[in-house]
Design a binder for this molecule. Structure first.
Ligand code: KE4
Length: 432
């Protein structure tokens, strides 16, 4: 029998939170609205584990939705933060830590010749879109169904992540006139992209894509998809923007651009580059970025951009993430996925899973998932039961069928073995 997992403290805190925040949360996907039931309130984390307000322990595969590639409270990150804090927390003045982090990023992603730090992925993609529209003099944006690029108005059209989880078609408050400037296509559908460019090509400023989708569950690109987007963008004078907020330093240290061998014009980054603190960035070809104020007329600004504490956490994280460490995390990610495949087969449950580097995803569906439409045919009800059965057994998966999972350096062989044992029992319980 499972030890009873009290939730009294979490329940009391969530009652107060619901009175303070919409749904009791500061970001919708945390609300468990995608899986039902009430979220727990986290108290602390260390390595691969988190503990809730009632001291229940979980092996964590959400890792703050991707940033914590070294695990929770990584000593190297905490040491860097302590050292930075002692010198002050924020200045609004250029600081050397910004230079150090940007050089670490550019060493690993040379196509990001120049960049600008911001404080969220939403800011990064909003800014990259404004720049793409300014640089091309065009208004239209092409994005893909199920891809999520933050909550900027132009991107809240057939988006993934929380928008998909909550089943929101688009978001009220986005003027139709603005939403009309966003074209959408199924992911992995080159013919659909070609048709849209045949109709609107001379008005499309940019193709925005999650080069591997992490916001509709995990969906890998077909081998010819990203190269085709590069060719189509070039043929029509549009920019190709890789939203690597999630894939950056996850699918590979050089990001999806290195992993899939396609170079975008602009790249957005976030999550891992902040090591758990609020950092994101947009960057790319120098002649594009020099159009950004103050060197150019395209305005973008931010009070806490380049915050020294956030920079210190990012420097510590990227500095520790060596090729050898990244490969060891990727190897354990593959081992987890292989183990899950065996478990599903033993239980006779339709299941497909995939991974790239240290991010992964799975669907309760027999055939591989190549698009958001495919993802939506998976057995979401079984996922919901599986999620809760896993949680009761001490494994925290993303509380949505339309999110990816993440691994860290702190997830060792023991954690993988314990996870597979617990998920085997969870699936046995959920499939009844
Ligand atoms: P933020 O504004 O949440 O920092 O980043 C937006 C964003 C942009 N691009 C991609 C590819 C992203 O995955 C995200 C944010 N990811 C979600 C998780 N699917 C953040 C979790 C949340 O919304 O609370």
């Amino acid at each position: 029998m499972l030890p009873l997992r009290s939730g009294r403290q979490s329940a009391a805190l969530m009652a107060r939170a619901r009175d303070l925040f919409p749904g009791g949360v500061n970001s919708p996907v945390r609300s468990f609205s995608g899986v039902g039931g009430d979220p727990f309130v986290v108290a602390r984390g260390a390595g691969a584990r988190i503990w809730d307000a009632d001291d229940n322990e979980y092996i964590d595969y959400v890792l703050s939705w991707g940033p914590l590639v070294l695990g929770h409270a990584a000593p190297v990150v905490l040491d860097a933060l302590r050292e930075a804090m002692a010198r002050g927390t924020s200045f609004g003045i250029p600081n050397g830590l910004e230079v150090a982090l940007a050089e670490l990023i550019r060493e690993r992603m040379p196509h990001v010749e120049m960049m600008r730090f911001v404080s969220s992925g939403t800011e990064a993609t909003m800014s990259a879109l404004r720049l793409a529209r300014a640089a091309t003099g065009r208004d239209l944006l092409l994005k893909f169904d199920g891809c999520y690029h933050g909550h900027g108005d132009s991107f809240l059209v057939r988006a993934g992540s929380g928008v998909a989880t909550l089943g929101l078609p688009n978001s009220p408050g986005v003027p139709d006139a603005l939403a009309a400037l966003t074209l959408t296509s199924p992911f992995n559908d080159i013919a659909a992209v070609e048709r849209l460019f045949a109709q609107h090509g001379e008005r499309i400023a940019a193709i925005f894509v999650e080069p591997a989708v992490g916001n509709a569950g995990f969906i890998a690109p077909d081998a010819e998809f990203l190269p085709a987007l590069r060719s189509i963008a070039d043929a029509h004078g549009a920019l190709l923007v890789f939203d690597e907020v999630m894939t950056g330093f996850r699918v590979a240290i050089g990001g999806a651009a290195a992993y899939y061998g396609v170079t975008p014009d602009l790249t957005t980054l976030g999550k891992v580059i902040g090591g758990g603190l609020p950092v994101a960035a947009y960057g790319g070809r120098r002649e594009l970025m020099e159009r950004i104020a103050p060197t150019g007329p395209v305005y973008q600004a931010g009070t806490l951009s380049g915050n020294p504490l956030a920079m210190a956490a990012g420097i510590a994280t990227l500095g520790a993430l060596t090729p050898a460490l990244h490969e060891s995390i990727a190897q354990r990610t593959r081992a987890l996925i292989e183990g899950l495949r065996h478990i599903a087969a033993r239980h006779g449950v339709p299941f497909t899973a995939d991974c790239a580097g240290s991010m992964f995803g799975f669907f309760f569906r027999a055939e591989p998932v190549r698009s958001f439409a495919d993802a939506r045919t998976a057995d979401v009800e079984l996922f919901r039961r599986f999620f809760h059965a896993a949680l009761e057994r001490g494994v925290y998966l993303a509380p949505s069928a339309f999110e990816a999972g993440f691994m860290s350096a702190a997830h060792g062989d023991a954690e993988i073995a314990a996870t597979l044992e617990r998920l085997d029992a969870a699936l046995g319980h959920a499939r009844r």
